[in-house]
Design a protein around this ligand. Structure first.
Ligand code: GRG
Length: 296
């Protein structure tokens, strides 16, 4: 199957799984489940679950466990988007081409839906269907907590907000650190979790971590380029405070051409990190190229 067909298939499978795991009709607090479903079903590229499922295939791990792990990771990603869109953060009205969760529902419900998605991720990982071995499930939980928390995405978001309020211009090293935490940590989890599921050795895990670090940064540079090119206005991807806050970006620091060149270098480094897997890793190499060529 081609990369694009694989990505679409994973998106469908993750959607069906989340739909089945979050039935609205049996919920006591129906409104929060409706908001969690609104924020997580039907939209989004599902890149992170794709990386989990494809890497699990590469390493010979069970697909069902990988899909559940990818779905859990997607729940954390969706929670971060719901909270990031709130008036106290980026104050966005549109996400994935539709009204943000706090606009479609209300602010309190959106906060609870984000909290609900975050905690649900750990429920999914902790269930025996994810992996028969409790020690493996515990490691999946630990690593996701680290990736999402104070030394990962939440920490990166805090640094980002502080930089904005301080008004101190960030240098390249600061932005790399910030983005490694804010967006890179979840990409890293997407590559490390399959290694945990498959019981891979340190060499394999190290190679996947290098690949993840490079694509995580390339993803963020591509995001800055898309914003700069004005695609964000068309897709409704970034319309809130970020749109005009004059935040330091890779494009500002490297220039448009410099940012494009750096993203291409990162993709080459990501692909090179997969050498040990040979032709079997071709879909992951295509995914790395997609990250910088995407239009949304
Ligand atoms: C609120 C704790 C907390 C964290 C928020 C990730 C994040 C931290 C905020 C999102 C802001 C943003 C637009 C960052 C740019 C990179 C990014 C994560 C884009 C969205 O990811 P995609 O392109 O989105 O994978 P889809 O919709 O395809 O899932």
């Amino acid at each position: 199957m081609s990369f694009e067909a694989d990505l679409k298939q994973t998106a469908r499978d993750v959607d069906s799984l989340l739909d089945a795991l979050m039935p609205p009709d049996r919920a006591r607090a129906r409104r929060v489940v409706d908001a969690m479903r609104y924020a997580s079903l039907g939209q989004g590229k599902r890149l992170r679950p794709f990386f989990v499922v494809e890497t699990a295939r590469l390493l010979g791990a069970d697909r069902e466990g990988a899909l559940r792990t990818g779905a859990a990771l997607e729940c954390v990603h969706c929670y971060s988007l719901v909270h990031d869109d709130l008036p106290a953060m980026d104050d966005d009205d549109l996400r994935r081409g539709k009204p943000t969760t706090h606009i479609a529902f209300d602010e309190a419900t959106a906060i609870l839906a984000g909290d609900g998605l975050l905690t649900f991720a750990f429920e999914i990982l902790s269930e025996p269907e994810t992996h028969a071995d409790a020690a493996v499930r515990a490691e999946l939980v630990l690593e996701l907590a680290r990736a999402a928390g104070k030394a990962g995405m939440v920490g990166g978001q805090m640094l980002d907000l502080q930089a904005e309020t301080n008004g101190t211009p960030l240098g390249l090293d600061d932005i790399v650190l910030l983005q490694n935490l804010k967006t890179g940590a979840l990409f890293r989890y997407a590559l490390v979790a399959p290694a945990i599921l498959a019981g891979a050795d340190d060499g394999v895990r190290g190679a996947l971590e290098t690949y993840a670090d490079r694509i995580g940064l390339a993803f963020q540079i591509a995001d800055d380029i898309l914003d700069e090119e004005g695609d964000a206005a068309v897709t409704g991807k970034r319309t809130g405070k970020d749109a005009d806050a004059g935040k330091a970006t890779f494009v500002q620091l490297l220039g448009l051409e410099g940012a494009r060149a750096r993203a291409r270098e990162l993709v080459s480094e990501a692909c090179a990190a997969l050498d040990r897997f040979g032709a079997e890793a071709e879909t992951l190499r295509e995914a790395a190229r997609f990250i910088v060529e995407r239009r949304n």
